[in-house]
Design a protein around this ligand. Structure first.
Ligand SMILES: *Cc1c(COP(=O)(O)O)cnc(C)c1O
Ligand code: SF4
Length: 335
């Protein structure tokens, strides 16, 4: 009997999707049938922070609609070049808290591991836009330093893999890391902060389900979804497999003007998350990062939205509204 032999080093589908993402502004605008007068500003803003949009995500954007809520999150526009008072390069003060390269120990009992500096999508409002990853990411040769730190820090019971996006690393590398974390008895929980499966659902591989549920650590995945349109049947199916395997699924969103700053958008987001087995966790007010001022919803509008949403949703579908304050060991509730 002849078996088909798979090449050993076959590139996983999700890595192929990652490599095929739109990075050329002109090609992206053409594909979306958008006006070419958007091109010069898109080009110039992309020089500061490149365009990166996986094709599966681009396919969810309504063609020819410059106001599409998904498009707005990823298209570089002229407003990014404006200097606005109060909007700065490192608004959450992360650079002050790195002890060992790639390790942020700023929350009680929880330790953040910047496992990868890259992302599958470049979100224009991102507070890590100006983050000097080269200096702070845990590189292959630095795993050991980070792991030694974690092994000794017995007051830590939760490891948060963050980034960038930790799921840009291969399953092989993540499995190796998680195996080593599972050997540390003081650790109880493993948390992964990621947006990658949202833009490339095939990232939720069988192999990922295996390493994430191996060992004694309880796993939590915190997704980053801002709009109900981002939750496709493919994503919902993949997430269901994860929750059936015992992974707790939560979501964090950012309140973004022109994306989700309306009552219907936020109600729809919570319900659609729940349908996919995900509970809304945080709704962040925008971090005041340079070049993102056009995403800020007014304080009064935000407060009214929060009240309206609270009156509308069951308590368990109401995310906590929070703001990051530099130097504080917890998210600050707002209003
Ligand atoms: C707030 C935050 C945390 C800690 O999250 P909690 O859910 O409050 O424990 C970890 N990583 C990042 C990037 C955060 O912003
Ligand atoms: S860190 Fe998250 S929000 Fe920032 S660009 Fe990457 S995926 Fe987007």
């Amino acid at each position: 009997m002849i078996h088909r032999i798979e090449p050993v080093c076959q590139t996983p589908l999700w890595q192929q999707a990652l490599a095929a993402a739109f990075t050329d502004v002109e090609e992206f605008l053409d594909y979306l049938e958008l006006d070419s007068n958007l091109l010069p500003a898109a080009r110039s803003s992309a020089m500061q922070f490149g365009l990166k949009v996986p094709r599966e995500f681009a396919a969810l954007i309504t063609k020819g609609d410059p106001t599409d809520p998904l498009l707005r999150q990823v298209l570089p526009i002229a407003a990014e070049g404006e200097t606005v008072e109060g909007f700065i390069a490192d608004p959450v003060g992360d650079l002050d808290t790195a002890i060992v390269p790639g390790v942020l120990h700023k929350y009680h009992g929880r330790l953040l591991l910047i496992a990868s500096g890259s992302c599958a999508v470049n979100c224009r409002y991102c507070f890590r836009k100006h983050f000097p990853y080269q200096e702070t990411t845990v590189y292959r040769d630095r795993w050991q330093q980070a792991l030694t730190y974690i092994a000794r820090a017995e007051d830590i019971d939760e490891i948060i893999l963050s980034g960038g996006d930790p799921l840009t690393l291969s399953d092989g590398r993540l499995a190796e890391l998680v195996t080593r974390l599972n050997k540390m008895p003081h650790l109880k929980r493993l948390r992964i902060h990621t947006r990658l499966p949202v833009v490339i659902p095939s990232r939720l591989t069988d192999e990922l389900v295996r390493w994430i549920t191996s060992g004694h650590l309880k796993s939590v995945m915190v997704l980053h979804i801002n709009h109900a349109k981002e939750i496709t049947p493919a994503l919902a199916t993949a997430l269901t497999r994860l929750s059936q395997a015992g992974v707790t699924l939560l979501n964090q969103s950012v309140l973004l003007k022109g994306v989700n700053d309306t009552l219907p958008a936020l109600v729809d987001l919570s319900y659609t998350l729940f349908e996919a087995g995900v509970l809304p966790y945080y709704l962040h007010l925008l971090d005041k990062v340079a070049g993102a001022a056009h995403f800020e919803a007014g304080q009064k509008q935000a407060q009214q939205l929060q009240e309206a949403l609270r009156n509308r949703l069951p308590g368990y579908l109401m995310p906590k509204w929070v703001r990051e304050e530099p130097g504080l060991g917890a998210k600050q509730p707002v209003f």
